[in-house]
Write a protein that binds this ligand. Structure first.
Ligand code: ADP
Length: 336
């Protein structure tokens, strides 16, 4: 059975539409990444699906039942659908008391509570911290306790908002592993937001790309192989298909694959001065209207797919065959 069926979903703030999704389904038992640049609507969609924010219009069915955001009965659903926020807040109490809180509210007997707490703290690798003061933990440890607290409710689906954006590398890997494990071992559906393509491709079974509040075609299209080369000044570039020199921030060496996020490549308008690096002249091969945006394909030595806001046409009319300049910021390039 489908986990979530979204139809005609919008979220409008004042006059501004920040989310507009005509149709989107999430299947049960999968790990989904909501991928997109800042401001693309990832958190808004996550908050609506996790019942924290009502949509402006549209319907959402959860396991076939229509969610009524105006009703008081969301409390029962909130046991099945839980969210681990980006910066979770733990009470000023021990780790164990933090995880126990939700179980006490549900009147789970003491013995059962202890078992649930122990199993979930072990799952997130925080068993030995059970008596530690929760508010003194590091960002990554706090995140892990928040995951144990969410898991203690035995949810069907768990949401993570940018789960690793505020944690060190070691905790990042641990949290990614935990997300994979809770899905594999407990068959819990996982939906998380990220702007990190590498993370999305590493963990998620499926990726939903958002751009300016709308579903975009996959960003996995600009994938190339290349060779990392050390420049004299200690910087690095990637020579893509022996033609295109892309300056990159990476610790990797040798042959790599890289993806360039089509929603973050910029097309320079006439009066703009091209940056020294990663700006390429190319010929426009294709222009298509896509969900209210423009998808352009340009040949810069390699074919590059770019998503552009329609508003760009006010500054620069675009014609097939014309020469354009595209800029790929280093943070739009992900190496894997
Ligand atoms: P993301 O998570 O992809 O960075 P968000 O969902 O946080 O994006 O935001 C999408 C857009 O909605 C942004 O332009 C943001 O400024 C706007 N937005 C989010 N929350 C509010 C709010 N409470 N009031 C007005 N605008 C908002």
């Amino acid at each position: 059975m489908t986990l979530f069926e979204i139809r005609g979903l919008t979220k409008v703030y004042g006059q501004r539409s920040v989310l507009d999704i005509p149709e989107l389904d999430f299947e049960r038992g999968e790990i989904y990444a909501l991928l997109g640049p800042n401001g693309s609507g990832k958190t808004t969609l996550l908050e609506i699906l996790s019942l924290l924010l009502p949509p402006t219009t549209g319907t959402i069915r959860y396991l076939g039942r229509r969610i009524d955001f105006s009703a008081n009965n969301l409390t029962a659903l909130r046991r099945e659908i839980v969210m681990v926020p980006q910066n979770p807040v733990l009470f000023t109490a021990s780790v164990v008391k933090n995880v126990e809180f939700g179980l006490k509210i549900r009147n789970i007997p003491r013995d059962e509570r202890d078992n649930i707490i122990e199993a979930n703290l072990d799952l997130v690798g925080m068993g030995r911290f059970r008596d530690a003061e929760a508010h003194k933990l590091s960002g990554g440890e706090t995140q892990r306790v928040a995951i144990a607290r969410a898991l203690a409710c035995s949810p069907n689906v768990i949401f993570f908002d940018e789960p690793t954006s505020n944690v060190d590398v070691e905790n990042q890997l641990a949290i990614e592993q935990i997300m994979t494990e809770i899905n594999a071992q407990k068959a819990i559906s996982v939906i998380f937001t990220t702007h990190n393509l590498t993370q999305a491709s590493k963990i998620a079974h499926r990726v939903v790309s958002l751009y300016e509040g709308q579903k975009a075609a996959s960003v996995f299209e600009n994938i190339f192989s290349g060779e990392i080369i050390d420049a004299e000044n200690g910087e690095k570039f990637c020579l893509v298909q022996e033609k295109v020199k892309l300056w990159v921030n990476t610790g990797r060496e040798g042959t790599v694959r890289l993806a360039i996020d089509s929603s973050r490549i910029r097309l320079l308008v006439d009066e703009e001065v091209a940056p020294n690096r990663n700006a390429f002249k190319g010929k426009l091969l294709q222009l298509t209207d896509e969900n209210g945006h423009i998808r352009a394909i340009a040949d810069i030595g390699i074919p590059l797919s770019v998503i552009l806001p329609k508003s760009i046409l006010k500054d620069k009319p675009l014609y097939i065959g014309e020469e354009v300049i595209l800029h790929c910021p280093p943070d739009a390039i992900q190496i894997f």
